[in-house]
Design a protein around this ligand. Structure first.
Ligand code: IPD
Ligand code: CA
Length: 260
């Protein structure tokens, strides 16, 4: 576990990426990684900066990150899990919903998570057992909402369109039972938005560890539930299908996701 001083150090490091992101965006260069999958100079600049600065302060902790090869991972080790930019498509189109997402994985669980959207000046963070915060104000899920009044956000698995045929009928079934749908384009922010009560549920298939590690701790520390579509614990070192919601909506959401 990071102590308070270390948490403060890491938080101020992440906040420093704001200037870097704005500077790199002035001459943004986009590279196509795969179908609907992009990376920019901004992603690489943030990753290089975070890796260098964290290595200086925490030389014993290795990093797992989106824009690098992640080999030989051991469940009993400690890792930083970083998405330098979650919501890269949003960043390319100046949508304002992108975030730096950093988690600390220790022996099977996430003990610290931070999600920072520099475009809205919103800093979400949580440490295990210490609650979740948005810009230093403690946040909680909104438990007073039933499914028919819920704002539900979904991820469309844009990189694997072969899933769409099954997913869109599922979206339809859930949409008909909820108040409305959202699609933010950032899994990390989706989890934080459930944590602070802007949304009440969120689901997506096949997320990478860096998409969900930090946000899922922020959500559970805010009183919510984050688990796999099979109801199991999240793995954190491998991809997962995520079902996230308030505690009240966890069962109804799970039933809908498993409905054939
Ligand atoms: C993506 C975003 C998006 C989600 C994708 C993620 P990226 O992350 O979180 O909302 O639908 O599954 O991969 O590529 O922008 O870091
Ligand atoms: Ca990313």
């Amino acid at each position: 576990m990071l102590n308070k001083t270390e948490q403060t150090q890491v938080i101020s490091l992440i906040k420093k990426t704001r200037e870097l992101i704005y500077r790199e965006m002035r001459a943004a260069r986009v590279t196509i990684k795969g179908a609907a999958d992009y990376v920019t100079n901004v992603d690489f600049a943030v990753q290089d900066f975070m890796k260098r600065e964290l290595e200086l302060r925490f030389p014993d902790i290795r990093m797992i990150a989106e824009e690098k090869e992640n080999k030989d991972l051991y469940s009993n080790a400690r890792y930083w899990i970083l998405d330098p930019i979650d919501g890269t498509t949003n960043l390319i189109h100046h949508y304002g919903l992108s975030a730096v997402s950093l988690a600390l994985y220790e022996q099977g669980e996430i003990t610290f998570g931070a999600v920072y959207n520099p475009f809205h000046e919103e800093f979400f963070y949580a440490a295990k057992g210490q609650g979740a915060y948005l810009n230093d104000r403690q946040i909680f899920v909104d438990e007073n909402v039933k499914f028919s009044d819920a704002v539900v956000s979904y991820g469309s698995s844009p990189y694997d369109k072969s899933r769409a045929k099954k997913l869109f009928p599922l979206y339809y079934r859930i949409f008909m039972k909820a108040a409305d749908f959202r699609r933010t384009g950032s899994a990390a922010l989706d989890l934080c938005y459930v944590a602070c009560g802007r949304q009440h549920a969120y689901f997506e298939q096949d997320l990478k560890p860096w998409d969900y590690a930090a946000g899922s701790l922020i959500l559970t520390e805010a009183g919510g539930a984050a688990r796999g579509w099979d109801g199991g614990k999240l793995p954190f070192l491998t991809n997962a299908d995520i079902a996230a919601s308030t505690k009240t909506l966890a069962e109804p959401l799970m039933d809908m996701l498993c409905e054939k």
